[in-house]
Design a protein around this ligand. Structure first.
Ligand code: SF4
Length: 233
């Protein structure tokens, strides 16, 4: 009897975390000086590499714009120019201003007050901000406000589906629910799991090619139909 038959999905998930922690150690996510900087990063990181976000954040700091009220008041075209390196700069600039407006309206820009709120209310409010989708909202909840929530990234979906824990075409909420129901999550463990899965997806479990022979999860059973699917297992 193979490992797959004696490990249920929850056990596989916990084992994944254990193996990835052994491989990556502490990844120190999210790299930011303040919760507001983290919120900025969560918006800017969409569809771009982190190094481009770092440049945009550096520019914001140099221009004295790493501040909720200053972002909200800034002339849109100038803000877009400052964050140009992050790509889709006009769209992202509008999102940053919408988010800042929302945070000012909700708590006068005092993020500590937001942190004290109930997670469901916070999530609902963030999702009501134009341009903020579930992944950005959950990243903000987890990393800026310290709420225990799983960020169901495309990387997580890829790793989980290749290990037959979920279907390939599972929607965001289903991937998140799967983890919430099967993983013993605290803020710290959700933080780590998201970071580990993003790194695994970038380095090993690539979209077009799964480098299972080099991956820390290479020895983990993938279920009967998935074995040899990528030609590296
Ligand atoms: S590269 Fe292979 S072993 Fe690693 S997560 Fe992807 S499918 Fe699993």
């Amino acid at each position: 009897m193979g490992k797959w038959r004696v490990m249920n999905k929850g056990m596989v998930l916990h084992r994944m975390h254990e193996l990835l922690e052994g491989h990556f150690g502490d990844l120190g996510w999210w790299p930011a000086d303040t919760p507001f900087e983290m919120i900025i990063g969560a918006v800017l990181t969409q569809n771009t590499a982190w190094r481009n976000v770092e440049t945009a954040i550096k520019n914001l700091k140099e221009c004295g714009l790493m501040d909720i009220e200053k972002i909200e008041r800034e002339e849109p075209s100038h803000l877009a120019a400052v964050i140009r390196s992050s790509g889709y700069h006009r769209v992202k600039s509008a999102k940053l201003q919408e988010l800042s407006r929302y945070l000012i309206a909700e708590c006068g820009g005092d993020l500590k007050k937001m942190e004290a709120r109930d997670m469901k209310d916070l999530r609902c409010g963030l999702l009501g901000v134009k341009g903020v989708g579930p992944e950005t909202a959950d990243s903000i909840l987890l990393y800026a406000f310290g709420k225990p929530v799983f960020v169901a990234s495309a990387y997580a979906k890829r790793v989980f589906s290749r290990h037959r824990l979920i279907d390939e075409d599972s929607p965001y909420d289903l991937v998140q629910t799967f983890v919430h129901e099967n993983f013993d999550g605290t803020t710290k463990r959700f933080n780590q799991l998201h970071a580990f899965l993003v790194e695994t997806g970038k380095k090993f479990c690539k979209k077009k090619r799964a480098l299972c022979g080099e991956c820390p999860l290479g020895g983990l059973a993938r279920g009967p139909k998935e074995r040899n699917h990528h030609g590296h297992c």
